[in-house]
Design a protein around this ligand. Structure first.
Ligand code: HEM
Length: 311
């Protein structure tokens, strides 16, 4: 059998040979490899079998699978959010346009997370939830390292200090000192003893050193700093201000409110009736009006910050 190789195919072969020659590789062997290779298929490409084997309920209640899968979905969205912020942080000549494009994607992801929280709010039976959650203690979404990383990526570490200490520590530069007073460390204290919860202690053991390194690495390239580093034109770009404000609102009010309302739906009869899996005083910890976490204080008025999460 003979066939003619068109000029177009020849040109591609020459291009490929050029590339391989430069790297000391052999064209014939590469063509053999190509011949032996399988076509890509959907299930292998997205690792479907592995993905569907990652749910290991601890109880017999079917709704526990919904609970696990939705947490996994959220973590994947967190990964998408981190990807966009990493692109902004690593962009050498950051323009307002690029900043806006990536932040619109981030906001889209957070909107999806907020809207889809109904899967938690109405997608499980209360009785099943209250039964299977007992088998999960002291694990809590509180221990989501990606959630904390998104905060570290987004703002200056001073903005994550607990509200009661934020003013006092506003000129503190020692990262370890600031870290000890982050709002979530302060929030995770046992209702009765005031000691750190086991949930927090486990989380600290696993992630403290990594978080401290990340805080140092991100202190000059988080979104707050990246915005501040723009030219006057970028700083005054009203579309950019709006997407950053929207991000602050989605990440620090809207998601928190639907999450808090979901906790209340399952766990509130009388206050303190049902303790949180992580042991926090969750009614006083979760609502955004108590946490008052604000990534971009320079973009809000004093009044807006005072009433954060109240409307
Ligand atoms: C029925 C569903 C849920 C309930 C009842 C619930 C309840 C709670 C409670 C009570 C806390 C306070 C910490 C503690 O003591 O445990 C908390 C924290 C947290 N949960 Fe959930 N949660 C639910 C679903 C989720 C989901 C799907 C995620 C997604 C990853 C999540 C992520 C978080 C995070 C990140 C925190 C820490 C928030 C902060 O520090 O401000 N939760 N949750």
């Amino acid at each position: 059998m003979s066939f003619t190789v068109s000029d177009a195919v020849l040109a591609r072969l020459e291009k490929l040979k050029d590339k391989l020659d430069k790297e000391g590789q052999n064209l014939e062997l590469y063509l053999d490899h190509l011949y032996e290779s399988d076509y890509v298929n959907y299930w292998d490409y997205i690792n479907l079998d592995a993905l569907l084997s990652l749910q290991h309920p601890r109880t017999k209640y079917p709704d526990e699978k919904t609970f696990i899968i939705y947490h996994q979905i959220t973590e994947l969205y967190f990964r998408l959010i981190r990807n966009c912020i990493e692109l902004i942080a690593d962009e050498k000549n950051l323009s307002a346009e690029f900043f806006i494009k990536q932040m619109k994607r981030v906001n889209n992801y957070f909107r999806h997370l907020t809207d889809s929280f109904s899967i938690m709010y109405e997608g499980m039976d209360r009785e099943q939830f209250l039964a299977f959650r007992l088998a999960l203690m002291p694990a809590s979404g509180f221990q989501s390292a990606q959630y904390r990383m998104i905060e570290i990526y987004s703002t200056d570490i001073h903005q994550l200090v607990s509200d009661s200490k934020r003013n006092e520590l506003k000129t503190e530069t020692d990262i370890e000192k600031l870290y000890a007073h982050l709002y979530w460390k302060q929030g995770a204290t046992e209702l009765e003893t005031g000691k750190k919860t086991l949930t927090l202690r486990q989380f600290e053991d696993k992630y403290d050193s990594g978080f401290l390194l990340s805080i140092d690495k991100w202190k000059s390239k988080n979104l707050f700093r990246k915005y501040e580093s723009l030219s006057a034109e970028g700083l005054n770009n009203s579309e950019l201000k709006n997407v950053l404000r929207e991000y602050d609102q989605l990440a620090n009010i809207n998601w928190n409110l639907i999450h808090y309302r979901t906790a209340a739906r399952y766990m509130e009869r009388k206050p303190t009736d049902i303790a949180a899996t992580g042991g926090t005083n969750w009614q006083k910890y979760l609502p955004p009006r108590f946490q008052r976490i604000i990534f971009f204080p320079q973009l809000w008025t004093d009044d807006e910050m005072k009433n954060w999460g109240s409307n």
